[in-house]
Write a protein that binds this ligand. Structure first.
Ligand code: LMR
Length: 395
């Protein structure tokens, strides 16, 4: 029976990790999977997380089950950072917001899509290119994906395409949006564009599914949440998928959260009962450790301050790398100047699969076949070598 299964290609992005690790060249540069690196090329555990983990080790009295919703202290503690106190206060007063912990942002996206489908959503509109796993999740859940162009060649978001995609759509359709630091293009909506998107969602009744995986790595925690807050304020229903992988550096601990906004508190109870049932059938309960560490950070002013500082230094370093890259102007046929306008860890370079392969084979530069680079993989010590390599393969 099982011998009927077709061979599946390994996930291209995750396969890069193995290829990179197996490369013995000392000068190798990893611009593949989205992992933040310091100026020394390391991905250290945040000091704030170390502090929280030490406390956890000391104080945790039990590892008994918590239930499908996971650590609700963690889920609640994130909310003011996500929505801001005013909006959150209103939503709480109206009984319209609730959430649960998930295994990473991926678990939250999966839960949001599966729940939307249960509620009758058949089609999900999505800007392309997107994080490759978005399409895989949508296909696996079994909803139809309708793609539209996310970015324009000049590096701005393609609002025309988004407007056209929403035309004639309504309840029964959902729109999957990146809250900030668009993966893979780095092209985010401006605040004015978010205002328009929020209005379009309100008037069409299309369900927003907001994926926020990089909050704090663009312009700041509040600035990066502008779109999510604006949409949630405008519509009666929304689903949010949140990841702490990057902004708390918890990648392998799989820390995420799913939030639902309902039009009234009765609805919300039913929505969350369905989310709990889906979680139970999928993973039963999320892993606890990372979520508990985030909760301890957010419950303690000193650790919160430390975390904010660490996040700010990451954001500044990413900004500095973007500036430095853009400062090079042209690398062979690649115009690097738009990188200064974009935000977050990623940028798409107009390179072919063959050029990506040459970068890897001839220059030990690892990046996704799509042309995406993880800007945070570059350091001041290796940027110039990367630009030279890029110029070599594209000239
Ligand atoms: C990425 O896009 O590199 C990250 O989101 C990691 C992942 O799971 O793909």
């Amino acid at each position: 029976m099982l011998d009927r299964l077709d061979q599946q290609a390994p996930d291209a992005l995750l396969a890069l990790i193995k290829l990179y690790n197996a490369d013995a060249r000392e000068e190798k540069i990893d611009l593949g999977v989205g992992v933040y690196r310091t100026a020394d090329g390391d991905t250290p555990v945040f000091s704030a997380i170390k502090g929280a983990e030490a406390r956890l080790l000391e104080e945790q009295e039990s590892k008994g089950y918590l239930g499908p919703e996971g650590d609700m202290g963690f889920v609640e503690a994130l909310l003011p950072h996500l929505l801001g106190r005013d909006l959150l206060g209103t939503l709480r007063e109206e009984g319209r917001i609730d959430g649960m912990q998930t295994p990473g942002g991926t678990g939250a996206v999966r839960l949001a899509v599966a729940l939307a489908q249960r509620a009758g959503v058949e089609t999900v509109l999505m800007g392309a290119p997107s994080w490759p796993n978005h399409a895989q999740i949508l296909a696996d859940v079994g909803v139809e994906t309708v793609a539209f162009d996310h970015a324009q060649p000049d590096g701005r978001a393609n609002m025309e395409a988004l407007r056209a995609a929403l035309e004639g759509r309504g309840p029964g359709d959902a729109l999957l949006l990146h809250g900030c630091c668009h993966n893979p293009t780095g092209v985010d909506y401006t605040d004015a564009e978010w205002d328009e998107i929020a209005d379009l969602l309100r008037t069409t009744g299309v369900l927003p599914i907001l994926d926020l995986a990089y909050q704090g790595l663009g312009e700041g925690m509040a600035e990066d949440a502008y779109g999510v807050r604006r949409v949630v304020s405008a519509v009666s229903e929304a689903l949010i998928a949140y990841s702490c992988d990057k902004n708390f550096g918890l990648y392998r601990d799989r820390v995420g959260a799913f939030y639902a906004v309902g039009s009234k508190s009765d609805d919300l109870k039913r929505i969350m009962s369905n989310a709990a049932a889906l979680a139970r059938a999928n993973w039963s309960m999320p892993p606890d450790h990372g979520g508990a560490a985030v909760r301890l950070v957010l419950e303690d002013d000193e650790l919160t301050g430390q975390w904010r500082e660490e996040l700010a230094s990451m954001r500044q370093r990413i900004g500095a790398v973007r500036e430095r890259l853009a400062g090079h102007g042209q690398a062979g046929s690649v115009d690097l100047t738009p990188l200064a306008k974009q935000r977050g860890m990623f940028a798409m370079l107009p390179v072919s699969k063959e050029q990506v392969q040459r970068l890897r084979e001839d220059h030990a530069v690892y990046m996704a076949g799509s042309g995406r680079i993880n800007v945070a993989g570059l350091t001041m010590a290796n940027i110039d070598r990367f630009v030279t390599a890029l110029a070599d393969v594209t000239s």
